[in-house]
Write a protein that binds this ligand. Sequence first.
Ligand code: ZN
Length: 335
Amino acid sequence: MSTRTVTQDREDQVRTQVAVDLGGTWLRIRTGSGETIRLPAPSILNRPGEDPAALLEQLIETLADMVPADARAAMSCGAAMDEERGVLHGSGPLWGGGPDRPVPLRALLTARRPDVSWHLFNDVTAGLASFVERFARPHHRRAVYLTVSSGIALRTADLTEHCVPVDAHGMQGEVGHLPAVSSAPAAVRALTCPCGGTGHVAALAAGPALPHVAAALGIERPEDIRDTLTARLRTGDPAALRLLTTVVEPVAEIVRMLRCLDPRIDLIGIGGGYAEGLGESYRAELVRQVSEVRSYADRDTDRPGESLRLCRPGEVDPLAGAVALSHGALTVTKH
Ligand SMILES: [Zn+2]
């Protein structure tokens, strides 16, 4: 349960609530009026070759300029991080390989704007909080939110304890850089990951991997596949269907593994721009693969839809999730 005090809650009532979502592409800021401002993120993804330290400085300056006096800012960060200490371990889309050391972003923001109360969370944890707020039911014991977008990661919440357990570094569920389970040809399984590894889940199943997987499968004009895949799937194009099967497989295998390992997981949400964008095609293929009976160990495979939900665009809102976390909806707990 939340350890917040009555005094803290009273202080917060007089502050303006601001929500921030820091991604590789966009920096979104929602103020008390509910209006969301979207700016290009000061990131290496938007400005290749720029000094990561300068990008970080610009992020701090932008937030310092935009956040009203004495506000309460809940921030969702697209970076692996220690939420307890407000320290970002790193983010490829934001800063590439740098900065060399972890970034104590909460301390840096507090030093620049000490009047603001800063609450920083990882974007997958924020997505999980939003997903739980919207879809969890009182009988659910554990809920998982898996994001399939420019990267892949998941978080599990223990709903009986209202917590998200993390390790000593503040991490949990960084599954994108595990080896992908894949029955695809060797050329697909040999694809390189942005982290430098080979055949990782993200190298096959994250959004940026799509043209590379298409090329490895020998699909013509792989550079156009982002724009053409949905239409080709609609017409039942066999090459497009094979591509969909290939990119869904590592995610379906993670879902299968989760269900096999922990019977207390009552709800699994799949979100993120890539999966949400492919929508019904992605959902149907995922359910098909997860429903496949392979051995006596597969249980309830005839009704996976009851515990598996593919989110529609907008259903999971990391801004709302960060605010919910800052009010103690779920506590990130180190073990
Ligand atoms: Zn990787």
